[in-house]
Design a protein. Structure first.
Length: 318
């Protein structure tokens, strides 16, 4: 049992948590996390929206030990041997034996890191508790994130699910993306993604404070996935809104108006593209949230996951 005021060093040295600790936080976090003053309570206060980290770690420990949560590399040994950049591409799987529904979760991180601590394993827990089998994707990041590498990682993840979990409702999968992961999820749902790999389109798409228009800002996300000297043609090719058409999946889109990391214009542009192409969608703006709030616990965005599922369910009743 983990408690709010014990050190994170103690939590991460637990034999069970230790088996996945490299998937919980980016490598550059550990020097800070191992400081004696850092506790689950400090993490909860530092990363708004995640909720109670002690409870998150207790959930992980319980379900890893029960065999419900496992990790797996998704590229074959021969694929990794021919391309070493694929070695650490993997999924953290949450098996829900009471359901066949699937949620594929892509955390953000500007294509610099995979920010599972706020948008990966906490979101998987939330979705598991709502009856989903979850797959958190750890895709290639800088300097290995140049397009189309991350898109290829999504494709390989989907092939992995199809090959190993054929009993699940693969054709009805929900794809969830956050920030730069929202960019990756968003572009996967276009002609640049699933059709190129002859894979199923997401039935439902959730985009949380996503990067949409790569021309808006020459920031880290664009540089990490396209390079510092990318062409206008590449920017257009890999911007999400320029690829939206009438076949785009049903979408739930939200962003905080006070987002200081990703321009609020991104969600406005995406809403416009979805509307112009008659794509069924819901666009939600939270006035008092910023960026990286994940599940939105303790913020005005709390409840967005239930609102998303309600929207998808109401529009897909037989």
């Amino acid at each position: 049992m983990f408690y709010e005021n014990q050190t994170m060093k103690e939590v991460l040295q637990d034999k069970t948590i230790e088996t996945v600790k490299d998937l919980l936080f980016p490598p550059n976090f550990f020097d800070w996390i191992y400081e004696d003053k850092i506790t689950p309570k400090v993490l909860s206060e530092s990363f708004k929206g995640v909720g109670n980290y002690a409870e998150r770690f207790n959930f992980l420990k319980t379900h890893i030990e029960a065999g419900d949560i496992t990790r797996d590399k998704i590229y074959s040994p021969s694929e990794i041997e021919s391309d070493k950049t694929k070695e650490n591409v993997q999924v953290l799987k949450y098996k829900n034996s009471s359901s066949k529904k699937i949620a594929v979760i892509i955390p953000g991180g500007g294509y610099s890191d995979v920010c599972s601590y706020s948008e990966g394993f906490p979101i998987a827990q939330e979705m598991w508790e709502r009856g989903y089998n979850c797959f958190v994707l750890y895709y290639r990041v800088f300097p290995r994130a140049y397009m189309p590498n991350p898109i290829e990682d999504v494709a390989r993840a989907m092939k992995y699910i199809i090959e190993n979990y054929s009993e699940l409702y693969i054709s009805d999968y929900l794809l969830m993306g956050f920030s730069a992961g929202g960019h990756l999820a968003g572009i996967w749902a276009t002609k640049q993604g699933y059709p190129r790999y002859n894979l199923p389109k997401p039935k439902f798409l959730s985009l949380t404070y996503p990067v949409i228009d790569l021309s808006l800002k020459k920031g880290v996300t664009r540089a990490n996935c396209l390079g510092e000297n990318c062409s206008e043609e590449e920017v257009k090719k890999y911007s999400v809104h320029t690829n939206v058409d009438e076949n785009y999946p049903e979408t739930y889109l939200w962003q905080g108006r006070n987002d200081q990391c990703i321009s609020f214009e991104n969600s406005l542009i995406m809403d416009k593209a979805l509307t112009e192409n008659n794509v069924k969608h819901k666009y939600v703006v939270y006035d008092d949230t910023c960026h990286g709030f994940g599940a939105g616990k303790g913020t005005c965005a709390e409840g967005w996951i239930d609102d998303m599922l309600k929207f998808f369910n109401e529009n897909n009743r037989e």
